[in-house]
Design a protein around this ligand. Sequence first.
Ligand SMILES: Nc1ncnc2c1ncn2[C@@H]1O[C@H](COP(=O)(O)OP(=O)(O)OP(=O)(O)O)[C@@H](O)[C@H]1O
Length: 310
Amino acid sequence: MIRFEGISHRYGSVQALREVSFGVPQGSLCVLLGESGSGKSTLLRTVNRLVEPSAGRVLLGGRDVAGTDPQALRRGIGYVIQSVGLFPHRSVGENIATVPRLLGWDARRIALRVEELLEMVGLDPGTYRDRLPGTLSGGQAQRVGLARALAANPPVLLMDEPFSALDPGTRRGLQAALRRIHAGSGKTILMVTHDVEEALALADRIAVMDDGRLAVEGPPLEVLGRHAPATVRRMVRAEVLAFHRLAALRAADSALPGPAPGAPVLPEGATLRDALLLMLGHGADRVALMGEAPRHVTLAALLAASGSGG
Ligand SMILES: Nc1ncnc2c1ncn2[C@@H]1O[C@H](COP(=O)(O)OP(=O)(O)OP(=O)(O)O)[C@@H](O)[C@H]1O
């Protein structure tokens, strides 16, 4: 759906991107991970032409975006950023209606869509539709930003650290909302984050950027697993706190009954941190628990227990 072909970009003397090539399959949620300054936002912004790359091309559904009128292109791509960027003097409903208005939808269709979207992102339409953005909390504003980006049902959504300014609880709520919205929608989502846990909770593909280059790209368990490149291992170290939390939880408390044929086996008394490391080491999404009755722990149960499962 999105294909980067040999993308390089310079800002003056800064080489921000170096020959980046990979594809984001239709319907997938791909997370761009990488340290600060590695080129994640620049790459994301080549898709909606907020950045015109110095070399290479971006294909969207097989078409070179350079040949598409930027305004028309952006109307077909949802874009969500950390600072939200809601219009301060327009109500929540008017903010969400921005693109449908530009597309000439009639008033009734717009009103129905605004209501549907507010419900989708977990805000009661009666309470929030007529509020001004300045009266919302950060998490509520981010929900409105997400609803606005989804308004005209774009097949592609670009998200640049959309949840990073939010407290952990609010953030998990929005991650859960995003998972619901994405599931079965066929939408292709490309999302920048610094947060390895967030990537594990949301992504079906992860692309890791390192100093403007694509370090690795693939399914999460492959990318973050045993053969992870140095840049990934540095980031994972930065997530030590999350691992501490998992280390405090017994794997047996998150186990489901039943065998897990072929899965690696976790010793009795192991923690969820042990379970995660075993999954990463084997590229497996579940581990079997040693003991009398057959039991197993899934990655989804592990994320739920760590508070990342929504
Ligand atoms: N408008 C600009 N002018 C000059 N240099 C820029 C500009 N935007 C980004 N850069 C530089 O390009 C490089 C890549 O920046 P980019 O914002 O893409 O990285 P990032 O991985 O998204 O970083 P972060 O995680 O900190 O947001 C950095 O060295 C940055 O300083």
